[in-house]
Every structure is written in structure tokens, then in C-alpha cells.
Design a protein around this ligand. Structure first.
Ligand code: GDP
Length: 432
């Protein structure tokens, strides 16, 4: 989601304005603290548009002076925001510091919007005309006291923002889409039969003609799911020799068409390279994943233990995947599939509030700072979740983060927020 950075001297009414934007009356409470004390990120929503509000505010008493501190704010804003809002005190007018900041911000390739606060009545509006001198275009008057003008200001700010995907939670409403994949003879058709036979409710053939259904609506555990490409399962396409290539294309297409993939493994056989490749494909496609160990009825106690160890080794890259042990033939534990799919999808949909994310980040970074590279300690400025499905996070940093440290962050992220069953992506934006 786009980032709006708010820059301004202390006491110009910035916090009041920030609170207006966030729709709060009380003063900003520091329970949602940022990574460093002088930077706080919040989730904001205006007219159905989500964005991150970065308050570069705060004041370090030991800062080298207002000039230095505020230029640091401006630099951070220019490096990380999509739109910058400069707040000046409309009653005081542009100070030397304001002018210096404006000079810096004029270099920005991002839109900069100028707000003049404390304009509580129309008399003040004449005075702010002088703010045109800052060279940032029209000064927009707002009253912190009455909130006058802040709605108009936000409309202007949002117009300047790049379009973000709207809240997509309801975008593709309808049954959740599931791909059932796995090697030939692992039991995919049996599982489909078990699921549909059990509930006697292949509700409908969705696409294609009735004689060649592509997807099936199936009721599992009281919920309707769409199983993609069931035609492939029923007709066993790709199982004759020489068609492996097409079978793998079909698997890939099914994974991409689905939101969650159920990867069937044969518990009585060693895990194959091919199985791991499919798991990677799901993660790379950014889809949720559930592992189903099928033919559990065939394996004895010893094999179960051996296989669990084998799985742990094979799946080191997917420690986040939930596993269910089932038998498509006997119907054993098949009812555990739906809860696992639901959990995976819920986490795939997850949005971590920016405040919580940055609280987490400051705790983690305080406990273990990023390793020094080239004599420099990279600083992590703040984080925001750019997207869900799958959860995608952006870290704004002052330097490159090593892959090992990024993996560490992912591990810690998964310890704090429920993300079982979904891949996550962590992107790093290094500020120039
Ligand atoms: P597909 O190629 O993945 O669709 O596999 P099928 O569903 O056709 O199953 C292949 C074979 O494995 C068939 O003979 C099934 O009866 C058998 N099978 C499937 N699931 C199980 C299971 O859970 N336990 C046992 N013992 N056999 C199974």
C-alpha cells in the first residue's frame, strides 16, 4: 500500500493533523511505537483507500538541532514515501527551518503537498498566501481545532497517491479454490471421490460443458469449495508414458488457478524430488499449501516415525506447512483437511496492522541488529505490509540486509504472527 509521510517542525500541529487523518481524537499514544522513536507508522483508511501514514515527527532532545533533525525527516520521507505532506504553522508562517526543508523537498521526485495548520477561521487564510514562497505550490489551510479543511486536504493527498489495490477481501467472493496435486497413483482421484462421495454433493460442474467439467464445487465440512481441474483427475490425463511434461504443465496451471494447494504424498514411499519441486512451485506462485500424507493406512508404526524424520529433513524450506495424515481409501482423518485449508487461507489473507508490525520489528532489531556490512550497520527504518495473498512485507532500510538476516526476520515474523500454511515475502527497499 502507498506510503504518506508527514514532515514538519514540532508544535506546528502535526500530531493533531495526524490524529485527524487517523480518525482519532486523543493524542497519539505511543503504544504503537515505530522502529526508532522519531518515526511511527500507522495504517490509515480514507474513502476506502488504504495507505500507510508515516509520522516522521518526534524529537530527539540530543539531536544536533532542529535543522539537522528536520532534514533527516525530509530525507527519510523522500526515500520511502509515495507522497509527502509538509506541515507548517499557518499562524507563524514559513520559518528559516521550513524554508530549508522546502528546499530539500523540492528536489523530491514525489509529490509534495503543503498544509498550513492553525487556520481556524477565514481571516487566517489571507496570511497563508505568503506560503506560496516555499515553492511547493498551493498551501492548503487546515484547522486542527475544528478539523476544517482536513477532509479536502486528504482528498488532494489521495489524488496524488499511486493507485493501490482496493481492499481485495471481497473481490473474488465465492468458493475458495483448491488444487489437488501429487504424483500419479498417490490417490488424488480417490480423495476426490472420498470427499464428494462422503458428502454426496458435487454441487455443480462449473466451467466447461457438463460432460467435461473442469472445476467441481464440492461441499467439505459444511463449506463449498471449488476444486480446480477435476477433469484432469477424473480422466487421469498425463499418466500415460511420455506425457509427464504435460502433466507437470497441468499441475502448474492448477496451482496458479487455485488459492490453496493440497499436495498429496504417498506415506508408504520415500519423498521424491518431484514432490519437493511441486512444493516449491506452490511457494513461488505465492499460494497457500497443505500437505496430505495419504495411504496412512498402509504404514506401520516404524515407517511413520521414519517418515516423519524424513519429512522434516526434506521440508526444511517449508517449515510453515501444515501436514495431515489421511487415508483416501478408508476415509481416515480426511475431515482434518478442511480445517488445515481454512487455516492456510486465513493466514494467506492476513494483514498485519502496521503498528503491530513495527512494534515487532523494533523488538526484533533491538534483540538482534542486522549484521554490519562494509563497516556499516544497516538501519531498518520501518516496515509495512504491501499486500496480502500471500502476505508481502516491505522493509525500508539504510543498507543491504543479508539473506541470512532476512531468513531470521521471516522466522521471527512467523513466531509472532499466525502465518502457518502460507508463504510470505519480505522485500527490502534500500534508501539511496
Ligand atoms: P491418482 O492417480 O493420484 O488419482 O491416484 P488414485 O486415486 O487413482 O489411486 C491410485 C491407487 O492408490 C488406487 O489403487 C487407490 O485405490 C490407491 N489408494 C488411494 N488412496 C489410498 C489410501 O489412502 N490407502 C490405500 N491403501 N490405497 C490408496
Amino acid at each position: 500500500q502507498p506510503v504518506l509521510a508527514v514532515v514538519g517542525r514540532p508544535n506546528v500541529g502535526k500530531s493533531t493533523l495526524v490524529n485527524r487523518i487517523l480518525g482519532r481524537r486523543e493524542a497519539v499514544v505511543q503504544d504503537v511505537s515505530g522502529v526508532t522513536r522519531d518515526r511511527v507508522a500507522y495504517d490509515a483508511l480514507w474513502n476506502g483507500k488504504r495507505f500507510t501514514l508515516l509520522d516522521t515527527g518526534g524529537w530527539e532532545p540530543d539531536a544536533k538541532g532542529m535543522q539537522a533533525a528536520i532534514s533527516a525527516q525530509a530525507e527519510t520521507a523522500m526515500a520511502t514515501a509515495d507522497v509527502i505532506l509538509l506541515v507548517v504553522d499557518g499562524q507563524v508562517g514559513a520559518t528559516a527551518v521550513d524554508q530549508a526543508v522546502a528546499r530539500t523537498l523540492r528536489r523530491s521526485d514525489r509529490p509534495v503537498i503543503l498544509a498550513a495548520t492553525k487556520i481556524d477561521d477565514s481571516r487566517g487564510e489571507g496570511e497563508i498566501a505568503a506560503l506560496w514562497r516555499l515553492g511547493l505550490g498551493e498551501p492548503h489551510p487546515v484547522s486542527g481545532l475544528h478539523g476544517r479543511g482536513s477532509g479536502d486536504l486528504l482528498d488532494i493527498v489521495l489524488d496524488a497517491m499511486p493507485d493501490s489495490p482496493r481492499d481485495d477481501v471481497d473481490l473474488d467472493a465465492g468458493p475458495r479454490r483448491v488444487a489437488l496435486v501429487g504424483k500419479p497413483n498417490v490417490g488424488k482421484s480417490s480423495l476426490l471421490n472420498q470427499l464428494t462421495g462422503e458428502t454426496r454433493s458435487v454441487v455443480d460442474a462449473v466451467a466447461g460443458t457438463t460432460t467435461d467439467p473442469v472445476d467441481s464445487l464440492v461441499e467439505i465440512d459444511g463449506e463449498t469449495w471449488k476444486i480446480v481441474d477435476t477433469a484432469g483427475l477424473r480422466r487421469k490425463v498425463g499418466q500415460a508414458s511420455g506425457t509427464e511434461y504435460y502433466a507437470s504443465l497441468r499441475t502448474k496451471a492448477a496451482i496458479e488457478a487455485a488459492e490453496v494447494t493440497v499436495l498429496l504424498l504417498d506415506a508408504s514411499e520415500p519423498i521424491s524430488e518431484q514432490d519437493l519441486r511441486v512444493a516449491s512451485q506452490v511457494a513461488e506462485a505465492g499460494r497457500a499449501l497443505v500437505l496430505a500424507m495419504n495411504k496412512w493406512d498402509l504404514v506401520d508404526e516404524d515407517r511413520r516415525h521414519a517418515m516423519t524424520r524424513e519429512l522434516e529433513r526434506a521440508l526444511v524450506r517449508f517449515p510453515w506447512v501444515e501436514r495431515v495424515n489421511i487415508s483416501a481409501r478408508t476415509g481416515r482423518a480426511v475431515q482434518k483437511l478442511a480445517p488445515a485449508m481454512r487455516t492456510a487461507l486465513e493466514n494467506w489473507d492476513r494483514r498485519v496492522p502496521t503498528g503491530q508490525l513495527n512494534q515487532w520489528l523494533s523488538d526484533v532489531v533491538a534483540a538482534k541488529p542486522p549484521p554490519v556490512r562494509g563497516g556499516k550497520q544497516p538501519k531498518i527504518l520501518y516496515a509495512t505490509q504491501a499486500q496480502n495473498r500471500p502476505p508481502t512485507f516491505v522493509l525500508f532500510t539504510s543498507g543491504f540486509l543479508e539473506a541470512g538476516y532476512r531468513r531470521f526476520l521471516e522466522r521471527m515474523l512467523r513466531e509472532t504472527f499466525p502465518l502457518t500454511g502460507t508463504p510470505v515475502q519480505i522485500n527490502v527497499r534500500v534508501r539511496e
